[in-house]
Design a binder for this molecule. Structure first.
Ligand SMILES: [Zn+2]
Length: 175
């Protein structure tokens, strides 16, 4: 069990395309999952928000993401196999740049293939908040960050200014 330091924007590890997990019995994988869980829990307790984290954010360049909306789910080697044509617009934030938000478009619905902690293949259909979260975390294991998707450079703003604009809600607009 360990709360790990979260790497911040500018750290080259966040720009690394991560490796696939091939051995599901490796103790290091168990350690990575535990550390992602502890680090996410700690972030939520400290900051009052946070729904997901990806392994490169704690310095591990493997394709592992950990989300917790209603319940914790570990997705290993996630792969988005279907994306809706319908998009949604939202302001997105990230643990790795906590004071910046970017306005961007995400697919309203996606289907994700992944392996669970036991290495078993799973499939997940996601819509709305879960869909955008999974797209955000899946980008992390590709070395892509939310700011890369900003609709333009004017829509990368500080959290303090965003609060004035949005009255402190994470607004999602369906397109
Ligand atoms: Zn992020």
């Amino acid at each position: 069990m360990a709360v790990r330091e979260i790497l911040l924007l500018g750290n080259p590890i966040l720009r690394t395309k991560c490796e696939k997990v091939r051995n599901f019995n490796e103790p290091m994988l168990r350690q990575t999952i535990d550390d992602l869980r502890d680090t996410l829990d700690d972030f939520r307790a400290t900051h009052g928000f946070g729904r997901g984290i990806a392994a490169p954010q704690i310095g591990i360049t493997q394709r592992v993401i950990f989300i917790n909306i209603d319940k914790p789910v570990v997705l290993i080697n996630p792969e988005i196999i279907k994306r809706s044509r319908q998009m949604m617009m939202l302001w997105d934030d990230c643990f790795s740049f906590q004071n910046i938000l970017a306005k961007l478009k995400r697919h309203l619905k996606i289907t994700v293939n992944y392996h669970d902690e036991a290495g078993k293949k799973q499939i997940l259909e996601a819509v709305g908040g879960l869909s955008e979260l999974l797209q955000h975390e899946n980008d992390h294991v590709e070395g892509i960050l939310a700011i890369d998707h900003a609709i333009d450079s004017k829509h990368i703003i500080l959290r303090s200014e965003w609060k004035k604009l949005t009255a402190n809600t994470k607004q999602v607009y369906q397109l």
